[in-house]
Ligand binder design. Structure first.
Ligand SMILES: *Cc1c(COP(=O)(O)O)cnc(C)c1O
Length: 402
């Protein structure tokens, strides 16, 4: 059993998280060194621009970007990226957001990339323009949005193209950035959940993306309320001045030039639209500790560490015959290894019944229910603590045998 923690002392039940780094389950378990970095950060004061300038240097070196910024999450990063593409350096436009009447405010998105998180684009004042048609129903084969359709949707009202990265994402990012850049339009990539593999820290930028957002609270192992925005220096700079506290007179404001080029700004917005995405020194120091650990550990060692629990669970689940057990991603170090429990005939009700039974108990056990409509549950090992893998397997087997 893990030792008693701060939640136990307050009588707040903790859960066994075999579902992954879900925000509603408080995100992941932070990487070694992160909690200490956050604690130390709480105990001293610092100039936030100096701190973010330091973070920018580290993030730029790791991602290959011109600049980086620690945000309050990937969603916050999307909002800031939107604000940057809408107003660039014009302080009067910054002050107007999210009111974008008369501005170039369209964000072209392949229709199949629409998702709940694009609310952040709308929150900053962007208007989403869907391009193409992901064909699923006509039985003529699967066809996704094509690059030329994105090109056709770009016009003088376009502020940026929004691309959501994922294994399934089409068209290829390189085609999208090429067609967007031909029209001098930047491309924002939502890569929130695209780590590992570690190479993705550089990949999307190398494919021509102008801004990329990552979540800090997923497999990166940073604080739940942290994320990364990285990319072109001029756009990151716009995001900085629209989110950082700037209750200071223009003359007295001397930002570190590595982060903000004061000369190219027309003025300072009065608490920009990104001010609601405030990030603290704790999150910044925690995120830096996490990404440095992530890079130092490397995909192979990380995958082996996760695989220990995944194997333990797969072995433990062999003791039942209600569902078929598969260990997925065992030999692919670029992914998160996981255990799939497939119920016969794709039975959704059997999957949901098990998931529900696992939740009643002193320590509820959460599995990933993404594919429960296909009669499949997934056990994700990355948020499990010592001894919990065994508990997951034991409880699943106990319930399935009843
Ligand atoms: C998780 C996720 C987000 C949100 O990330 P946060 O860091 O929690 O804000 C945004 N977009 C996608 C595609 C995600 O998977």
């Amino acid at each position: 059993m893990p030792e008693r923690n701060i939640f136990d002392r307050r009588g707040i039940p903790t859960v066994i998280n075999a579902a992954g780094t879900l925000t509603r389950l408080s995100g992941g378990i932070v990487a070694p060194g992160v909690a200490e970095a956050m604690r130390d950060a709480c105990l001293a004061s610092v100039d936030m621009l100096e701190l973010q300038a330091h973070a920018s240097q580290i993030l730029a070196a790791i991602t290959g970007a011109e600049a980086g910024y620690v945000t309050a999450g990937a969603s916050a990063g999307l909002l800031l990226a939107t604000a940057a593409c809408l107003s660039r350096y014009d302080a009067s436009l910054m002050n107007r957001l999210p009111d974008t009447g008369g501005m170039s405010n369209e964000f072209v998105i392949p229709r199949g990339h629409r998702n709940g998180y694009d609310h952040a684009v709308r929150a900053a004042g962007g208007r989403l323009v869907e391009a193409g048609l992901p064909e699923r129903q006509a039985g003529v084969g699967v066809r996704e949005t094509e690059a030329w359709e994105i090109g056709a949707a770009i016009n003088e009202r376009t502020a940026a193209v929004l691309y959501v990265a994922g294994e399934w994402a089409r068209p290829a990012l390189a085609e999208v950035t090429e067609i967007a850049h031909r029209a001098s339009v930047p491309v924002i990539v939502d890569a929130a959940a695209e780590l590992p593999p570690q190479s993705n820290l550089r990949h999307f930028l190398a494919q021509g993306a102008d801004l990329v957002v990552f979540s800090g609270g997923k497999a990166l192992g940073g604080p739940a309320a942290s994320g990364i925005l990285c990319g072109r220096r001029n756009l990151v700079m716009s995001a900085v001045v629209q989110s950082i506290d700037l209750d200071v007179t223009w003359d007295q404001w001397n930002p570190p030039t590595a982060l903000v080029d004061k000369k190219s700004l027309t003025g300072l917005p009065q608490q920009g639209v990104g001010r609601s995405c405030k990030v603290g020194k704790q999150e910044i120091m925690g995120l830096l500790a996490a990404i440095e650990h992530f890079v130092a550990e490397g995909d192979e060692a990380r995958h082996s560490r996760w695989l220990v629990d995944a194997r333990r669970i797969a072995d433990g689940l062999a003791d039942q015959d209600a569902a078929t057990v598969t260990l997925v991603g065992e030999s692919d170090v670029s992914c998160i290894p996981r255990v799939e429990l497939q119920f016969p005939r794709g039975s959704t009700s059997a999957a949901l019944a098990l998931a529900e039974r696992l939740l009643d108990g002193d320590r509820p056990i959460h599995l990933d229910q993404t594919w429960s409509d296909r009669g499949r549950l997934i056990v994700n090992p990355i948020c499990l603590r010592d001894g919990e893998a065994r508990l997951v397997a034991q409880n699943v087997v106990r319930i399935l045998r009843q």
